[in-house]
Design a protein around this ligand. Structure first.
Ligand code: FMN
Length: 183
């Protein structure tokens, strides 16, 4: 994914769309960080350092891959979730709201003509990376969202169809019901 990425005003529009999500209890249990190329390079150094420390047998090439990992697009967003435990809003709903933030960001970016990719990869689950980004290990990194312009058209893959996952529940307890018929 290359240049151009969304400019400042476009990025604000994308982020505004990201905030317009269902949020039971109005908890806003998510945070978004913007990383420009300089911040991405710093995060890449941290990825490389943590990876090398955790994998003492790693080759220089492998460490270099980690250094490049957060630098693959003009704009990188980190979306995190901080769950309020014991709140009347169930934890799963708080987490889903954060997922909706990520999806809205992707849809808005695509609507503006940009490419977006939502990835986790190992750093999303690493406590040292979370701390380096200013989060608590109990927070969840929901995604690293890369925004830019597709250098090559993304490869298409087999998509799940309506008949694979949609059912018409017909009142028979314990059954999903018949699959939705093909058009
Ligand atoms: C929370 C989340 C984390 C993801 N993490 C990864 C990942 O680490 N690596 C990966 O290849 N795809 C990951 N994906 C899938 C990609 O977002 C995307 O679906 C994939 O690159 C294929 O693109 P497409 O859906 O446009 O075909 C993740 C998706 C979600 C929802």
């Amino acid at each position: 994914m290359g240049e151009p990425g969304p400019g400042e005003a476009e990025l604000r529009t994308i982020l505004e769309a990201g905030l317009r999500v269902p949020d039971h209890g109005k908890l806003a249990p998510w945070r978004i960080q913007i990383l420009d190329d300089q911040a991405q390079a710093k995060l890449g150094e941290i990825f490389a350092e943590v990876f090398a420390h955790q994998n003492p047998d790693a080759t220089q090439d492998e460490v270099a891959v980690e250094r490049e990992r957060p630098t693959r697009a003009p704009v990188l967003l980190v979306v995190t979730s901080r769950i309020q435990h014991g709140h009347e809003t169930p934890e799963v709903e708080q987490m889903l709201s954060g997922g909706a933030v990520c999806q809205n960001i992707l849809v808005a970016a695509h609507a503006l003509g940009y490419a977006g990719q939502w990835l986790s990869e190992w750093p999303a689950f690493d406590d040292e990376i979370k701390r380096a980004l200013g989060h608590d290990p109990t927070d969840e990194i929901l995604g690293f969202i890369f925004l830019g312009t597709a250098a090559t058209p993304p490869a298409e893959r087999r998509r799940v169809g309506l008949g694979d996952v949609v059912h018409e529940w017909d009142g028979h307890a314990g059954e999903l019901g018949p699959s939705l018929a093909a058009d």
